[in-house]
Every structure is written in structure tokens, then in C-alpha cells.
Design a protein around this ligand. Sequence first.
Ligand SMILES: Cc1cc2nc3c(=O)[nH]c(=O)nc-3n(C[C@H](O)[C@H](O)[C@H](O)COP(=O)(O)O)c2cc1C
Length: 306
Amino acid sequence: MSTAIRFLGIPFKNPIVLASGILGVTAASMKRCIDLGAGGVTVKSLSLKPRTGHRNPTMGGYDHFFLNAVGLSNPGVDAGIKELKRFKAICKAPLIGSVFAGSVSEFGAVTKKIVTAPIDLLEIDISCPNVGDEFGTPFAYSTEAAIAITKAVKKQSKRVPVIMKLSPNAWNIGEIARACEEAGADAVTAVNTASAMTIDSAFQVPFLANQVGGMSGPALKPIALKAVWDVHNTVKRIPIIATGGVTTGEDAIEMILAGGTLVGVGSAAFWRGPEVFGKIVKEMENYMKKKQVKNLSSLIGKAHRS
Ligand SMILES: Cc1cc2nc3c(=O)[nH]c(=O)nc-3n(C[C@H](O)[C@H](O)[C@H](O)COP(=O)(O)O)c2cc1C
């Protein structure tokens, strides 16, 4: 029995990968996730220039969901590349780079830089719901924008396979994933956070300084699962990183049955600690033993065949 899996030819010891933006800011914190059981890590998204992000409060944890509007604070791609090099010097596990930008040409420019780093895969964040003020509507809501960005980043990324990260708010996420595939994307991640907010009834104001933000954690899982289901139904050959609300091994198995090959885990660390990666893998192994599953790849998309 093995949890090992290949994604675009790259071997992962298990399919659980750290999602972008959570615990993945420094080489040391990403290495810690691997030591605690993750099969791979995704770095916090990097932009061409450094960004300070939004004012506090930028995040809050609730019983069944997590809300954030961090505003994509990051040290910029040049400083980020140094951190990615540091990670690879201390850890051989698969490393997924991540970038975002405010225009199609800027996506091309930041990709051109990050592909000089020792990353194995590159995720393109076109779906963050928290930067609407600066950049307008997230690109992932528009088929045309998703196509244009896919083409721009593929042009700059000959060596590193490109994964387009999609939004659960796009009603036609399957169609958008298919459009990305036709434009040259090597894979997709479904999904980013869902557009959301909370209001503090004591102070009668929105809780987040940015007023609105993105929701992740367990409440997102059924939405993410449906998104993965839709994407699996529409793409022809590209694999999926299934992300959103995965907190237990059973959640991860459900995502694979819906069509995920890798499974992203982020907010679960808020409820179960950074040890969550190893715990999820152990729970997946228990499931595999109970169901006599020899290798995980036999489960990919299996719920579609029932
Ligand atoms: C605090 C926080 C910061 C995030 N930052 C990023 C980011 O920089 N880039 C990105 O693509 N996604 C970002 N995300 C989205 C996650 O990668 C993931 O898609 C989402 O949280 C759903 O997964 P989860 O429920 O396991 O957390 C962030 C999420 C959180 C909670």
C-alpha cells in the first residue's frame, strides 16, 4: 500500500501539499511542513514588487471557517527567489512556486523571473478575492482573462509546468479550466478562497479592515468538491490540485474521488496545528487499509465512474 503519487511526472511521497499563503513564507517554515508529513509545498504568492498588504485585522478563525484579507503581502519576487533557493538547499521535496500580478503583461514579467528559481511547478494565482480594489474583478471570473494570462505565462515558462489557480466564485469553473487547458496550462488548482465577510455585531462594523475577504476551511469543502467535480468533467487530460477545506484524511480521499491528483491543505493548520499534514496522511493510510486500496491513483475521479 502506497500513498506515493506522480503529478506531471514529478514524484510526491504523498498527495498532501501545503496550499499557498499558509505557513509557506520562509524556507524554514516550508521545510517544517515537509518534516511534519506534507508531500510538497507551495510558497506564498509573489508579485513583481514587494507589497505590505492590508491593515489589520486581516484574518480571523471561526468554528467552521477561516476568513482573510491579507492583501497578498509579500517581499517581492527577487527576495522570494532567494528564499526558494534556501528551501531547495535544505530540502529536496517538490516545491511549487506561486505568483500573482495586476495585468497580463505583469503576469508574464513576474513569471520570467520566478522560473529562474529552483521550483518544480508554478502556480498562477488569478483567483485571490482580496485585491479587487487595486486590480478590479479577479481574472479567474473571466474566460478571456484566464486564457490571456495562461498564454502569457506559458510563453515565459518553458521549463516549469504551469498550474492555473481558479476561483470557487466562477459559476462556470469547468469551462474556465477547459479554456486554460486549451491555452496551454499543464494543470489547474481548484480552488482559492470564496468571497465572503463577517460583521462584528458588538461594534456594528465589518470584522476585516478590508471589509470583505476570502473564506477557507471546512465550510468551503463542499463547494471546493463540486468545483473539482466540474473541472474533472470538463478538462481532457490535465491533472487537478484539489484544494479547499480539507481537514481530515477522509476529506482528502473525497477530493481524490472527485478528480484531484494532489490535495492542497491550508487552513486546517488553524484547527489541527502544523502537524495536520502527517495526521491527514495517516488517516488516508487507515482508509486505504480498510478499503484495501493498493495505490491512490486508482481512486482519482472514481466517484464519476459509480
Ligand atoms: C491567510 C491565507 C492566505 C492566503 N494566501 C494565498 C496566496 O498568497 N496565494 C494563493 O494562491 N492562495 C492563497 N490563499 C488560499 C489558499 O491557498 C487556499 O486556496 C484556500 O485557503 C482554500 O484552502 P484551505 O481551506 O485548505 O485553506 C490564502 C489563504 C489563507 C487562509
